[in-house]
Design a protein around this ligand. Structure first.
Ligand SMILES: O=c1ccn([C@@H]2O[C@H](COP(=O)(O)OP(=O)(O)O[C@H]3O[C@H](CO)[C@@H](O)[C@H](O)[C@H]3O)[C@@H](O)[C@H]2O)c(=O)[nH]1
Length: 476
């Protein structure tokens, strides 16, 4: 899992094309995967768009990966502002479907560029870029898809859909037993479709997108999954014995970064210095962050602030929500002043993995984006699960009920995506950091951290799976 892969080391054991979806949570793991291919002596070409290119160039600056950017098409949907080329820059995540559908217009440019490349052995592209499978088909190389999440949500969703389980109950909060996995109970609110404004307002865009993805699934030669066998053996076995296409678990991909050195003299952000100080004093810190997509209301942000303030726990809170200072009644400066010495708020991009790996960090309040879950597991940090959208409610169920590496935040109406009052947060933060249940999940997450580490080491399950993928499809 070396981190420096320069051109001298790369022999031509095949050529892989990668096309990540334009969203950080989808791009970051595929950049890690590209390092793994380079380390196994494959040539790598990554496709992206001009506005996303700097992030990719910077992430892979020390490698020989080639990056090609294709113009992002003018959207036929007027709501998508010109210049927006990634989901985190959308004015609202409600525009996800128009954005994703717009990418389809890149297909001609993609195919023109592919025709100029050395022979491609295989492609790994995000399933959200369904049209790339068409291109692979036309140009005669196998295409694999990547979703960015694990086998648990995929398997549960499949069983729920096939058995039309969401059609039965009268209320969105009623518990439904997942027939094939009867120890799991879900509610309609665990699913994006059934409970969001987005679905009801844009049923045609949503179903058009889902249909395209379904076809891409059928066309693909397999799914590359950012997970490891030992984390979800039941769901991986279920998928590979009863469903298609085959899944290849090659993660956790964030482990690729585990050997990356940090130049502490030249590269030490103030929040890492702050964590160092806490560590010196023997104090524990709670990390609070909700990924790159979640949109929290000003009201919800205020409740978080109050809950953290009242908890008396040390915390590092990364905020990306728009409109914090501007919102009436939200005095973030006053809040920072009051919690000075005990808590800090960061409004910039952070190296999340570095924070989670810091020895002072002993808990993570997370929206349960799959990358955050894996990064927390790898760092041995237990999670306070607070799912907000997409497959996050299912990830939260897995974290809390299946692998038991976290607790769930208390919502005021008890539902999976309900509003969280300061008291509900304060209570569960204390339980995670100081309580008995917190201690149990802390112990459990360390066991999985160990398994994750073994999975990616030479001879481990993910290491072997990647090798068999390359042996089967790599050599051109
Ligand atoms: O300041 C920041 C903010 C984020 N990150 C990284 O960005 C990624 C965020 O990914 P994730 O935790 O999965 O959250 P989202 O950005 O919300 O991810 C989207 O994509 C995921 C993968 O498909 C899904 O699981 C989520 O539901 C979906 O919201 C992680 O690697 C973080 O470490 C940073 O390094 N610094």
């Amino acid at each position: 899992m070396g981190s420096t892969i320069n051109s001298q080391h790369v022999e031509d054991k095949g050529h892989v094309v990668l096309f990540p979806f334009m969203s950080k949570g989808h791009t970051i793991p595929l950049l890690h995967l590209s390092r793994l291919f380079l380390a196994r002596r494959l040539r790598v070409t990554i496709f992206t768009t001009p506005a996303n290119r700097p992030f990719i160039n910077q992430s892979l600056a020390d490698t020989s990966a080639s990056v090609i950017s294709l113009p992002f098409p003018q959207s036929i949907f007027p709501e998508i502002p010109a210049g927006v080329e990634s989901t985190d820059k959308l004015p609202s995540i409600d525009l996800f479907y128009p954005f994703a559908l717009t990418t389809g217009h890149m297909q001609p440019d993609f195919e023109r560029a592919l025709r100029t490349l050395p022979r491609v052995s295989f492609m790994v592209s995000d399933a959200f870029l369904w049209w790339t499978l068409d291109s692979a088909d036309k140009l005669g190389f196998p295409g694999f898809i990547f979703y960015g999440f694990g086998n648990y949500p995929m398997s549960v969703s499949k069983v729920v859909a096939e058995n039309r389980l969401l059609h039965g109950p009268e209320s969105d909060d009623e518990l439904i037993t997942v027939t094939r996995f009867p120890w799991i109970q879900i509610t309609r609110k665990d699913f994006y479709e059934a409970s969001t404004k987005d679905y009801h307002d844009q049923p045609s865009q949503s179903s058009e997108f889902r249909m395209k993805i379904k076809v891409a699934n059928i066309r693909s030669f397999g799914m590359i999954v950012n997970s490891f066998y030992e984390l979800e053996p039941v769901f991986t076995d279920y998928w590979n014995s009863e469903c298609k296409p085959k899944v290849w678990c090659v993660g956790p991909l964030c482990q690729v970064a585990q050997d990356e050195p940090h130049d502490d003299h030249h590269d030490k952000p103030i929040w890492i210095e702050w964590l160092d100080e806490k560590l010196e004093k023997g104090s524990w810190v709670l990390y609070v962050a909700f990924g790159t997509q979640a949109e929290l209301s000003a009201e919800q942000l205020q409740e978080i602030a109050k809950g953290l303030e009242n908890s008396n726990i040390n915390f590092l809170w990364v905020i990306r929500s728009k409109g914090t200072e501007e919102t009436v009644g939200w005095d973030i400066n006053g809040f920072e002043e009051r919690v000075k010495g005990r808590g800090i708020v960061v409004k910039e991009w952070v190296d999340q993995r570095r924070i989670l790996m810091h020895e002072s960090v002993k808990g993570f309040v997370s929206h349960c984006g799959w990358n955050s879950v894996l990064e927390s597991i790898c760092a041995g940090v237990p999670i306070l699960a607070w799912p907000m959208m997409a497959e996050q409610p299912l990830n939260a169920r897995m974290v809390v009920e299946e692998i038991k590496v976290g607790l769930r935040v208390e919502t005021c109406d008890g539902s999976v995506k309900g509003f969280v009052k300061s008291e509900g947060l304060e209570k569960m933060v204390k339980e995670l950091m100081e309580g008995e249940k917190g201690e149990e999940v802390r112990k459990k997450v360390k066991e999985f951290a160990d398994l994750a580490n073994k999975a990616v080491k030479e001879g481990g399950s993910s290491w072997l799976t990647l090798q068999s993928l390359i042996d089967e499809w790599g050599t051109s």
